[in-house]
Design a protein around this ligand. Structure first.
Ligand code: FDM
Length: 212
């Protein structure tokens, strides 16, 4: 009930440092929403399954070297190549729970010293999220969780810079959840935020584009 003709899905983005719990929280959220009969998919950027994604993946694994601006543009291109599918899904009523988006793109590249405005430019015109949820954790606490692997960015010094950049990018519309709360509590907060967002979008809020 309540699915009006033409009602669209929501674009919900989860952001946060490595080890903040985004991936497990977003998959639990999707199962919950599916159980409630909400049409929903979980997406993840970078999408390593495309050919651009393959280049990103070998860069992250330190198997390829790339200029900082070149890799930045590949991450952005990896979102652009999914844009039309994203729009089609949303318009057909499917909500998308997206693990990382343009904010990761800017926060990570700017941590290498690139200017924020330069980093934001190629993201302009992508679909704007209806809600950004930030799983907030101090870089030191994230590092204590262990499981930093061997990927390029998984180092404390770098994650500190990324964290600062996320805080610069965030605005009053972001929903911040303390990532050090028990997993259950985080999930409870996430569920109610997501349901509220999905309900709001169904009742006619138009899609918009970055940057808001
Ligand atoms: N990352 C992710 C970026 O540097 N730019 C981006 O646009 C995106 C989406 O890639 F360290 C970084 C963030 C992370 C790495 O991400 C791989 P996952 O979530 O571990 O796959």
């Amino acid at each position: 009930s309540g699915h009006g003709e033409g009602s669209r899905g929501s674009l919900i983005v989860l952001e946060g440092l490595d080890r903040s719990g985004k991936t497990s929280q977003s998959s639990r959220l999707v199962s919950f929403l599916e159980g409630r009969g909400v049409p929903v998919e979980t997406w993840h950027f970078p999408d390593r399954r495309t050919s651009i994604g393959g280049m990103i993946s070998s860069y992250l694994a330190n198997n390829a070297q790339l200029d900082d601006r070149a890799i930045h543009l590949l991450f952005s291109a990896n979102r652009w190549e999914k844009r039309s599918l994203m729009e089609a899904k949303l318009k057909s009523g499917t909500s998308l729970i997206v693990d990382r988006y343009s904010y990761s793109g800017v926060a990570f590249s700017a941590a290498k010293g690139l200017a924020i405005e330069w980093c934001k430019a190629p993201e302009e015109g992508l679909i704007a999220p209806d809600m950004v949820v930030y799983l907030d954790i101090l870089p030191e606490r994230a590092a204590e969780r262990g499981g930093y692997g061997n990927e390029r960015y998984e180092q404390l010094e770098f994650q500190r810079k990324v964290s600062d950049n996320y805080h610069d990018l965030s605005d009053s519309t972001w929903k911040i959840i303390d990532a050090c709360l028990p997993e259950e509590d985080i999930q409870t907060q996430l569920r109610s935020l997501a349901l509220e967002c999905i309900t709001g979008c169904r009742s006619g809020k138009p899609l918009s584009t970055l940057w808001l």
